[in-house]
Design a protein around this ligand. Structure first.
Ligand code: PGA
Length: 243
């Protein structure tokens, strides 16, 4: 089902005390109609689930392994993250794909396993700068989507379009590109929420949110500060006319 979602990806930042302070502040200020999800590092999930318990903020993990249990040293299972209060899980983030070598086929296994375990996957897709320069952006994104989602029940799936060249740079993709890529993805996935990610800030959230097929954001560095994150949600709602 198509709906508005804004998710925070905290990546590998904070100590537990820092994380709890930011989460407490978010619990205090975030009171929006848009669905808000916070995805902290694994080791903070249990503690933060208590902070968010009486709020509308949902908890997500940043990754998971596809097996339920077993001899997989260092891995975290879908059952584990579900048991500490996660409803969502980011899968196939570009840092997982490019730094840790996750392939489309691994990502599909994770998506399927997440759904089997009643978790809602936030599937990240997006092309590199070289792929874009070679005119392959749409082919790449289509392949990522089809490999991960073909034949999958799309009801609980969220997709995030995150061009690799716009992540962590401070400069998001230009509005025409975002519009073009989101319309393209909409053609493949009619009813799935499509988030934009890559240098979303409080200053650019309004113009990005004005794009019809942008159903929300996946926010990295600007989600590490609760008040900035809150501004992004407010700007998104202002652009979408939510009040
Ligand atoms: P950024 O990260 O907002 O810091 O660019 C986005 C992401 O990687 O999800």
């Amino acid at each position: 089902m198509r709906r508005n979602i804004i998710a925070a990806n905290w990546k590998m930042y904070f100590t537990i005390n820092e994380a709890e302070a930011v989460a407490n502040r978010m619990a205090e200020v975030v009171n929006n109609k848009t669905k808000v999800i916070v995805c902290p590092p694994f080791v903070f999930l249990d503690r933060l689930s208590k902070v968010f318990l009486k709020t509308s903020i949902k908890l997500g993990a940043q990754n998971m392994y596809f097996e339920e249990k077993g001899a997989f040293t260092g891995e975290i299972s879908p059952t584990m993250i579900e048991s500490v209060g996660c409803e969502y899980v980011i899968i196939g983030h570009s840092e997982r794909r490019h730094i840790f070598g996750e392939r489309d086929i691994d990502i599909r296994k994770k998506v399927v396993s997440a759904i089997e375990h009643n978790l809602k996957p936030i599937l990240c897709v997006g092309e590199t700068l070289t792929q874009r320069k070679d005119g392959k952006a749409k082919d790449v994104v289509e392949r990522q989507i089809i490999t991960a989602l073909d034949g999958v029940d799309l009801n609980s799936v969220v997709v995030a379009y995150e061009p690799v060249w716009a992540i962590g740079t401070g400069v998001p993709a230009d509005l025409d590109t975002v519009n073009e890529m989101h319309s393209f993805i909409r053609g493949l996935l009619e009813d799935v929420p499509i988030l934009y990610g890559g240098s979303v800030k409080d200053k650019n959230a309004y113009e990005l949110a004005q794009i019809n097929d942008v159903d929300g954001f996946l926010v990295g560095s600007a989600s590490l500060d609760a008040d900035t994150f809150k501004k992004i949600i407010d700007e998104f709602e202002r652009a979408k006319g939510v009040n």
